[in-house]
Write a protein that binds this ligand. Structure first.
Ligand SMILES: [Zn+2]
Length: 301
């Protein structure tokens, strides 16, 4: 009896095995093509194309030879960090989309093409900055506005470097012990940025009635002072925040950067009206638009 049960399998075994092999042969390439992850050790034309894209985007991948080695991996990691996407040194769909976006923008031109702008979202990570009476954290407003400024500037062709791409202390993504202020400054100086714009929210507990926008500039730098005036005026115009003043600011990020640098205080976390506005997406967008328009105006003089 057992023999009879086994016989049908024995009879068709070769056919079944052949069908399975065919199926595998068909499926495996389809799956690989869909995933198509390029990583350290990958070789071929796709790697060559990736190296060319990285190079065009301003990230040196080493020789364009179709071999994904140490230099290509390092360039890819630098690109992923600057694009604010997941940093893993592997080129997958997210990285490809980001590269397409960046290269598409450069091809499209715009008045800021070739300009490098550092947008510094104040505080981050364990440092919340000012906290409103209602529990709002300055670091969150700063980051949200900074991201919107970035989008406006990239639309106009700029190469935008953020000092942080999320809620963490700048520099801690590559070295836990690095000083966060030094990291902000180093990013600007080592990338030869054209301008450095730090975004903050103010706090004045002595008088909760005080509201508006202020710009701080580096002492002795007339270009920084001009930038501060243009940005404060532009933000006041775009958002309706009261123009308070521009002043010299004794801040590390201003004193240690080498390009025109300003620190903008866009609203007061001690003022109910400013905080209520800062919570709104449309208001953050108006502030961001003002900052972007001011930067474009300054660089276009
Ligand atoms: Zn601050």
């Amino acid at each position: 009896m057992e023999k009879q049960v086994c016989q049908p399998w024995g009879k068709h075994r070769n056919l079944v095995l052949f069908s399975l092999v065919c199926l595998l042969v068909l499926l495996v390439p389809i799956r690989c093509q869909a995933a198509s992850l390029l990583r350290y050790g990958s070789v071929g034309e796709e790697v060559t194309a990736l190296q060319q894209s990285l190079s065009r985007a301003g990230f040196d991948p080493g020789p364009i030879d179709g071999i994904f080695g140490v230099k290509t991996e390092a360039a890819l990691i630098r690109f992923q960090k600057s694009a604010g996407i997941g940093v893993d040194g592997i080129c997958g769909p997210e990285t490809r989309a980001a590269l397409d976006r960046v290269l598409g923008v450069s091809r499209g031109g715009g008045s800021l093409r070739g300009r490098t702008i550092v947008i510094d979202a104040g505080h981050g990570g364990s440092d919340p900055g000012a906290i409103s009476y209602w529990g709002d954290k300055e670091k969150d407003f700063n980051f949200s506005i900074a991201s919107k400024v970035r989008a406006y500037l990239e639309k106009d062709g700029a190469n935008v470097i953020m000092t942080r791409y999320g809620d963490y202390s700048p520099g801690s993504d590559w070295n836990f012990w690095v000083d966060e202020l030094l990291a902000r400054v180093s990013l600007a100086n080592s990338n030869n940025a054209d301008v450095f714009v730090s975004i903050h929210g103010n706090s004045y507990p002595q008088d909760p009635g005080v509201s508006g926008v202020m710009g701080f500039y580096r002492k002795g730098s007339s270009s920084s002072e001009t930038l501060a005036r243009i940005l404060t005026t532009a933000v006041s115009r775009s958002s309706g925040l009261r123009y308070i003043d521009v002043q010299q600011g004794p801040y590390y990020v201003l004193n240690h950067t080498v390009m025109p640098a300003v620190l903008m205080e866009v609203g007061f976390l001690t003022n109910y009206s400013d905080v209520t506005h800062l919570r709104q997406n449309w208001f953050q967008d108006q502030v961001a638009r003002g900052l972007a328009e001011g930067i474009i105006q300054y660089l276009g003089r």
